[in-house]
Design a protein around this ligand. Structure first.
Ligand code: PLP
Length: 450
């Protein structure tokens, strides 16, 4: 494949906006993946969105499979969420005192996820993971954080790190601006690799504060935990006196009422620690995206005895001017209240239809690919290698994806502009929207094969 973007649909208004944006915003965007660097061409500026549709500045309407990178599980502009936002805004925008909305949202989270006893609301997933790590370090009195290559937990300095030279050696900064010191207490291991995990714990176990993992990975494409992986994380952390932080910013309240935990966590397993059969319950969770319904709300929480170490109850400092913001909390609560069993069933069905059709279309054109699936999250890997971790995810043909992406865009479907991202469906994807996707896929598969 040439990987040359086709850009058949003219986008003069988006181009003009991108030119203006580039004069005042680095790279023309406020978050890098929006800039189309991985696929080439001009990012489409959204003028408005409704249900499953994005309308760009040139008036072109497309089916949205980005879903604001996760939050829009009900589709854009859900009437009940809009009403909740307006009603909250009429009472004020931000108080700086406690208010009922944040209590209601916290109660909803705790009711949905059994091991979640206490939560702290924050404003972004990055804040949630950063704060959860600080709490884990404060609680255990230990410095080391274990993360997995290809898992993204936001732009926390200590987590913008890649593996050092050996499995049990410390990490190196992944970007300028992160000091070697910030990465020096981070261990980066391959995802789904139990022997590497055991080796790291054998060498460093008594200095490890926590393991942070994506419950099911969605930021190297979708890579679910292999059978036994989550149990191994729990077993190793328990044995060493470290905490397990399950990052459900992307999966939380999307894959089920209780996120990935609701799918896998309720399994009862014997970890061999003498405690008998137990749920696969992490010590801490992080959430964001769906729980804010498109507004800046996120959370971390878990065991009450751990959360008791958080200020003002305990000594570990954490704070935020806009934490528990009443308008954003109302949006999150209304979104979760409308995430019913029917909603999850519809999202599951839409995702299954689209991923099966994508695979069939690519197979018909002989394009090497594999699907990564975790509940209703999925991605298409442009490789025929079995993808289990970041190294295998990186065997993809990015050029084939770029051609596929632009053909989809021309045919009225906005995919995430990178082959390392999940495709996000919503309950608002009705048959009209799904049919647009189904008609686009064979055309795009031909482009990917070219
Ligand atoms: N954790 C995961 C698993 C994510 O997918 C993301 C964002 O994509 C984050 C954390 C960071 O969240 P935010 O972008 O809200 O800071």
């Amino acid at each position: 494949s040439t990987g040359v973007p086709s850009d058949l649909t003219p986008a003069p208004a988006s181009q003009a906006l991108f030119d203006r944006a580039s004069a005042v915003l680095p790279g023309g965007v406020n978050s890098p993946v929006r800039a189309f660097r991985a696929v080439g061409g001009t990012p489409r500026f959204t003028a408005s969105a409704s249900g499953p549709w994005l309308t760009d500045a040139d008036g072109v309407r497309r089916v949205d499979l980005i879903g604001s990178w996760g939050p829009m599980i009900l589709g854009h502009g859900h009437p009940a969420v809009r009403e909740a936002v307006v009603a909250a805004a009429e009472k004020g925008f931000s108080f700086g005192t406690p208010s009922e909305g944040e209590v209601l949202l916290a109660e909803e989270l705790v009711a949905r996820v059994e091991p979640l006893e206490k939560v702290r609301l924050v404003s972004s997933g990055t804040e949630a993971t950063m704060s959860a790590i600080r709490l884990a370090r404060g609680f255990t009195g230990r410095p080391v954080v274990v993360k997995f290559a290809g898992c993204y937990h936001g732009h926390v300095d200590a987590l913008l790190a890649s593996a050092g030279s050996g499995l049990a050696t410390f990490a190196l900064p992944d970007t300028p601006g992160v000091t070697p010191e910030s990465a020096a207490e981070t261990l980066v291991l391959p995802f789904n690799d139990v022997p590497a995990l055991e080796q790291a714990f054998a060498v460093h176990g008594d200095r490890i504060a926590c393991v942070i993992t994506e419950a099911a990975a969605g930021n190297m494409g979708v890579v679910p935990p292999a059978p036994g992986w989550t149990a191994a994380l729990l077993r190793e952390t328990r044995r060493a006196g470290a905490l397990l932080i399950s990052d459900e910013v992307m999966t939380g309240f999307r894959l089920s009422r209780a996120g990935w935990f609701g799918l896998e966590g309720r399994q009862r397993v014997d970890l061999g620690d003498g405690a008998g059969e137990q749920a696969l319950a992490p010590d801490l969770f992080t959430f964001g995206k769906v729980m804010g319904g498109g507004f800046p709300v996120a959370a971390f929480g878990g065991r009450a005895d751990v959360m008791a170490h958080l200020a003002p109850a305990g000594p570990v400092y954490q704070a935020g001017t806009l934490s528990g913001n009443p308008v954003a909390s109302a949006a999150g609560l209304a979104t979760l209240q409308h995430c019913t069993d029917e909603v999850y069933a519809r999202v599951d069905a839409v995702a299954a239809t689209i991923r099966d059709a994508a695979s069939a279309a690519l197979a018909a054109e002989g394009v090497p690919h594999t699907l990564g699936v975790a509940g209703s999250m999925f991605s298409v890997f442009f490789t025929d290698v079995d993808v289990v971790d970041y190294d295998t995810a990186r065997t993809q043909d990015a050029g084939a994806f770029a051609a596929f992406f632009h053909a989809m865009l021309d045919a009225g479907v906005h995919l995430p502009p990178s082959c390392y991202e999940s495709w996000f469906c919503s309950a608002s994807h009705d048959d009209d929207a799904v049919n647009v996707v189904l008609e686009a896929l064979p055309v795009a598969a031909r482009a990917a094969a070219a």
